[in-house]
Design a protein around this ligand. Sequence first.
Ligand code: HEC
Length: 182
Amino acid sequence: MRKTIAAIAMMVLAACDSSGDGNNILAEANASGNAAGAAVQNEVGESGATPLQKDQALALMKQRHENYEKIGDAMKGIGRELKAESPDLAEVRSGAAVIAGLAPQVPGWFPAGTGQDVGKTDALDEIWMKPEDFAAKAKAFRESATAFNTAAQGSDLASIRAAHANLGKSCKTCHDLYREKE
Ligand code: HEC
């Protein structure tokens, strides 16, 4: 069992490293209008969702992980700059744009059938037990991501830092409830 878990963990890590354009699978599924596309368009907790095939679910979970890694990397780069005395605002702005671009997609990353009973994921079952609350957390995240992106267009470091702190809180609020602890 230990070996299996290690092997799966390796696969997940390898999958992350080999990320090309992280949105390929989702974009293709949506563009071709097939079952995966339809399922991907179902937002978390929506009834009447097209059930996901296992391979579609696993592909979606891998994509979700890669997208979160992008958000995490962007946030790290931004945090590093904002701690510096004279931050490189170009880096802050590009990171802010990545996060603001991905944030509206979050509700679509959690169709039913992409939880821990299906494959390796840190997404807790509570997501599907409290879909309205989860959607509210995703909405708060989207709003703080937009606000931060707007602040980052300017050059007022105090506003940029304040908006960044708010955004960080929205990550933590969701992780505390809906993501497996390390
Ligand atoms: C609405 C809920 C929610 C919000 C908001 C959110 N996350 Fe997450 N995050 C999750 C869930 C759930 C997972 C686990 C996904 C999985 O394993 O499939 C996750 C996973 C991650 C991961 C991958 C961790 C790993 O080791 O696998 C990173 C990095 C991450 N989030 C960073 C962030 C950052 C940074 C923010 C804010 C800028 C953020 N997240 C906002 C719910 C959220």
